[in-house]
Write a protein that binds this ligand. Structure first.
Ligand code: SAH
Ligand code: SF4
Length: 451
C-alpha cells in the first residue's frame, strides 16, 4: 500500500466540502478537524463551489454536524458547506454529435455529468489514433478550460537562481555528476530581476534552482520578505525537497505556491530515473507542502525512457487524487551529458493529450503550457493553450546565466515576445495586470484585442 493512502481516501460514501473565507481560516479549520480526529483532505475548490486556486476541506457527511458545531465554537469564518454530490454539469452536446466511437461517447457523457473517469478511460484517451476523436478530446478540454478558468492567460516568471544540485536525477542536465559551469545568484542579483518583473507588472515570481542547500532557510526567508514587503508579489518556490519545518516557515512568510513535481507515480519508474530519491518520500514532502498551507504544484515528465501508457494514466490520476492546484506536465527531453542523452524525446501529440486529459479530470486548476513543450516544438505552447492549458512561465534568468540552466538541451527561452505570440496564436487574452505601456516601450508588440 502506498503512503498516499494515509493522506487521501477514495471511497467517500457522501463527500462534503467546507469552503473557508481565507487561507488562514482554512488552515485553522484543518487544524481543528485534525485535533478532533476528523478525517479530512485539502483539495482545490471544485468548479461551482468557489474561486479558482482556492482550497476546500473535504470530509464525509457523517462528520457534518460535528464540524458545524466546531465552526461555531471556534468562530471559523467560512463561505459554506456543500455536498459534492451536487455536481457542476458541462454541456458537451457538440462533442457527442461528432463522428466518434461509442466508447468515446461513453467517456464524453461521463465528463458531461462530471462523473469520475477511470484509469481505463484515460488509457483509451491516451491511445486515441483517429483524428476526429483526437479533435473531440481537445475540444472537450477547451470547453472545460473556458468554463473553469476563462480566456485570460496567467503569466508567471521564473528566476533560475542557482544551477548547483546535490541530486543526480538521470534525466536532468543539472545532475551533480554533470561537469559544467555552475553559478549562484546573490540576494541582490535575484532582487534586481524581481524589480524588472515588478515593472512589467508580473504578479507571481517563481524562484527555481537545483537542490542547493548553500541557500539557508534564513537566506531564503530574507529574499521572500523583501519580495512580499516591497513588491507585494506572489511567490512560487521550486527548489527541490527541503526540511518539513522549512515548508511551514516559507508558508508563514507568505510563499503562495511550492512546485515539487512527483515526476511519475510508478515506483518502478521513479526508482529507475532517480538514483537518490524515493517515491514515498516525494509524496511525504508533497503532503508537508500541502499541510503548510502553500498550494501544491506537481505534474511530471511524459515520454520518459521505458514509461508505459498505464504509468502515464497513473500520474495524471495522482494529481486529481492528491488534490494538486497547479499541474505541469512536460515532455521528457534528452539532456547532454546525462545517462539519457541518447534517449528518444517525447512526442508532441502525446503531451497534448496529457494536457487535455488533465484539464478534463482536474478542471478547476492551473495548467501551464510548459517551457518543455515549447522546446519540443515551437508551436507546442500555442497548441497546449488550445488543449486546456492556461498559464505560461517566462524565463527571466539574467541573459548571461540562462544558457547554463540547462535542465534539458535546446531549451526554448520563453520570453515576453514568445509568450505573447503563443497567446495571440491561440486566440487567448493577456492578463489585465501587465503594465502595457512599459512593455510596449520595451519593443513588444501587443494587439489591442488581447489586453
Ligand atoms: N530541483 C528542482 C527544480 C528544478 S528541476 C526540482 O527538481 O524540483 C524542475 C523540473 O524540470 C523537474 O521537476 C523536471 O520535471 C524537469 N526536468 C528536468 N530534466 C528534464 C528533462 N530532461 N526533460 C524534461 N523535463 C525535465
Ligand atoms: Fe537536481 Fe531537480 Fe535536476 Fe533532480 S531534477 S537533478 S533535483 S535540478
Amino acid at each position: 500500500m502506498s503512503i498516499l493512502n494515509s493522506f487521501i481516501k477514495n471511497d467517500y460514501k457522501n463527500p462534503y466540502i467546507l469552503v473557508c473565507s481565507s487561507k488562514a481560516h482554512m488552515i485553522y479549520a484543518k487544524d481543528i478537524l485534525e485535533k478532533n480526529n476528523i478525517f479530512n483532505e485539502l483539495i482545490p475548490t471544485p468548479k461551482g463551489f468557489g474561486e479558482i486556486c482556492t482550497t476546500a476541506i473535504k470530509f464525509e457527511k457523517n462528520n457534518k454536524e460535528k464540524i458545524e458545531e466546531l465552526i461555531k465554537e471556534k468562530e471559523i469564518d467560512y463561505k459554506g458547506i456543500y455536498s459534492l454530490n451536487k455536481k457542476y454539469k458541462y454541456n458537451l452536446a457538440s462533442i457527442l454529435n461528432m463522428n466518434i466511437s461509442s466508447d468515446m461517447k461513453k467517456i464524453v457523457s461521463k465528463v458531461e455529468n462530471n462523473e469520475d473517469i477511470t484509469k481505463k478511460d484515460i488509457v483509451y484517451l491516451l491511445k486515441i489514433k483517429q483524428e476526429e476523436e483526437y479533435k473531440a478530446l481537445i475540444k472537450m478540454a477547451d470547453i472545460i478550460r473556458k468554463e473553469c478558468v476563462g480566456d485570460r492567460i496567467e503569466l508567471r516568471a521564473a528566476i533560475e537562481f542557482s544551477n548547483y544540485c546535490k541530486k543526480n536525477c538521470n534525466y536532468c542536465g543539472l545532475r551533480r555528476d554533470n561537469k559544467q559551469f555552475r553559478y549562484r545568484m546573490t540576494e541582490k542579483e535575484i532582487l534586481k530581476e524581481v524589480e524588472k518583473l515588478y515593472r512589467i507588472g508580473i504578479k507571481t515570481v517563481i524562484l527555481q534552482s537545483g537542490e542547493d542547500f548553500y541557500y539557508t532557510t534564513d537566506m531564503l526567508l530574507n529574499i521572500i520578505k523583501v519580495i512580499k514587503e516591497k513588491y507585494k508579489m506572489g511567490i512560487t518556490l521550486s527548489i527541490g525537497e527541503r526540511r518539513k519545518e522549512e515548508y511551514k516557515l516559507f508558508s508563514d512568510a507568505g510563499v503562495n505556491n511550492y512546485l515539487l513535481k512527483i515526476e511519475t507515480y510508478s515506483k518502478r519508474l521513479f526508482d529507475y530515473i532517480h538514483p537518490d530519491d524515493d517515491l514515498d518520500i516525494r509524496i511525504q514532502h508533497t503532503n508537508w507542502i500541502k499541510e503548510s498551507g502553500m498550494r501544491v504544484g506537481s505534474g511530471g515528465m511524459i515520454g520518459l525512457p521505458s514509461q508505459s501508457v498505464e504509468e502515464i494514466a497513473d500520474v495524471i490520476l495522482f494529481q486529481k487524487d492528491f488534490g494538486v492546484h497547479m499541474i505541469g506536465f512536460g515532455p521528457f527531453l534528452p539532456a547532454k551529458g546525462t545517462p539519457y542523452e541518447n534517449c528518444k524525446r517525447s512526442s508532441l501529440r502525446l503531451n497534448l493529450k496529457v494536457v487535455a486529459i488533465t484539464r478534463i479530470i482536474c478542471q478547476n486548476v492551473f495548467i501551464p503550457a510548459t517551457t518543455a513543450i515549447a522546446s519540443l516544438e515551437k508551436k507546442g505552447q500555442t497548441l497546449a493553450l488550445e488543449a486546456g492549458a492556461n498559464t505560461i512561465m517566462l524565463i527571466s534568468t539574467p541573459k548571461a546565466l540562462r544558457e547554463d540552466y540547462e535542465i534539458y538541451s535546446n531549451k526554448n527561452m520563453v520570453d515576453l515576445d514568445f509568450a505573447i505570440e503563443s497567446i495571440i496564436d491561440s486566440k487567448r487574452k493577456l492578463p489585465k495586470y501587465l503594465n502595457y505601456d512599459y512593455i510596449e516601450s520595451l519593443g513588444c508588440k501587443i494587439g489591442n484585442n488581447l489586453k
